[in-house]
Design a protein around this ligand. Structure first.
Ligand code: 13P
Ligand code: SF4
Length: 324
């Protein structure tokens, strides 16, 4: 059953939206929103998208303050790339559990074990881990990044599922995966997809590479959250099973009203992504909290990994803007 807002709640939300609009103007702020955020947060976005698109957007904006509605590593990446701007994460506790599955100490030990290997870190990682990596990647460019490296062996951290997927697409390299995973995407089981396909035999199954290998083996297309919007918009198909976090459905339905979308399980909810509410966004703008800042030495090293990713992805124009 879908929850319906009461009139009192609707009025309260309306007042919060007005407050956010007013504060945004007075603070010269921009609201950047990840595709997994609550519907009402997506509605107040100046820019929404996947991790890569949001980092790029954070650099391009003229605003002085960036309110990052997402999780900590995303706001941290924005801060690494924009040290002169104030980057606010409305809920300080909104972390990504996968990013916490690797520490800089453990990565250092792994590098000593495999001195010939390059280190590729998924953007879902801390600034310290990025600082120790050769290059970053996102789910939209991981294959391209790995292919571009001269090293045969690649330590790939922290997502083992993305690592396994990349290995399947780049068999000439030897990917040494870390053991991390996304606690939300692993809730999607093979049988959920099979039973949803049985109910909707015409539907295409589109999956995020953080899903487990047996789930990915059932996918018609594998891509980032941003890639899903592009693929579905172009597709002549009318029905899609979405193998990623539930927040995706809001904008997918809005942008494609003539198409139908199905979630294979109701468990695809990232608790961290859902922490951000209109109340917390208004609070962030009013009190200028919680600012995300990175130690300057670490920031410079981490920026190198992010800049290299963007260079390989052909973002030369973007690099000029970022002051590379
Ligand atoms: P995207 O870069 O595809 O948006 O993925 C981010 C993420 O955290 C997926 O769980
Ligand atoms: Fe992290 Fe998974 Fe949430 Fe993405 S969906 S932010 S990987 S916990």
């Amino acid at each position: 059953m879908t929850y319906r807002e009461t009139d009192k709640e609707k009025k309260y939300a309306q007042e919060l939206r007005k407050k956010i609009t007013r504060l945004k103007k007075s603070r010269n702020a921009v609201i950047i929103v990840h595709n997994y955020q609550r519907d009402e947060i997506q509605d107040i976005a100046d820019i929404s998208g996947d991790s890569l698109a949001l980092s790029q957007a954070a650099v391009r904006t003229d605003a002085k303050v960036i309110v990052f509605c997402g999780v900590h590593f995303m706001a941290e990446s924005a801060s690494i790339l924009n040290p002169a701007k104030v980057v606010l994460l409305p809920v300080a506790e909104a972390g990504c559990p996968m990013a916490d599955m690797i520490t800089p100490e453990k990565l250092r030990a792994k590098k000593l074990e495999c001195p010939d290997a390059a280190v590729v870190c998924y953007v879902n990682s801390s600034a310290e881990v990025k600082a120790q990596s050769d290059v970053c990647c996102t789910s939209s460019n991981a294959i391209e990044i790995v292919k571009s490296l001269k090293n045969k062996r690649i330590i790939f951290v922290p997502d083992r599922n993305l690592a396994t997927y990349v290995q399947s697409q780049v068999p000439k390299k030897e990917i040494i995966p870390w053991s991390g995973f996304c606690p939300t995407h692993i809730r999607l089981q093979e049988e959920n997809v099979i039973s949803t396909k049985r109910l909707h035999p015409e539907a295409e199954f589109i999956a995020h590479p953080e899903c487990q290998p047996d789930v990915l083996a059932l996918a018609d297309h594998i891509c980032s959250t941003g890639g899903m919007f592009t693929y579905i918009k172009k597709s002549h198909k009318k029905e899609f099973i979405i193998g990623t976090e539930s927040g995706m459905l809001y904008k997918l339905k809005k942008e494609n009203p003539q198409k139908n979308f199905y979630l294979p399980t109701e468990n695809l909810i990232c608790p961290s992504m859902k922490l951000t509410t209109l109340g917390w966004v208004a609070h962030a703008l009013e009190y200028m909290v919680h600012e995300v800042k990175v130690d300057e030495q670490i920031r410079q090293k981490a920026k190198r990994s992010l800049d290299k990713m963007l260079e390989i992805s052909g973002e030369k124009k973007w690099m000029a803007v970022s002051g590379y």
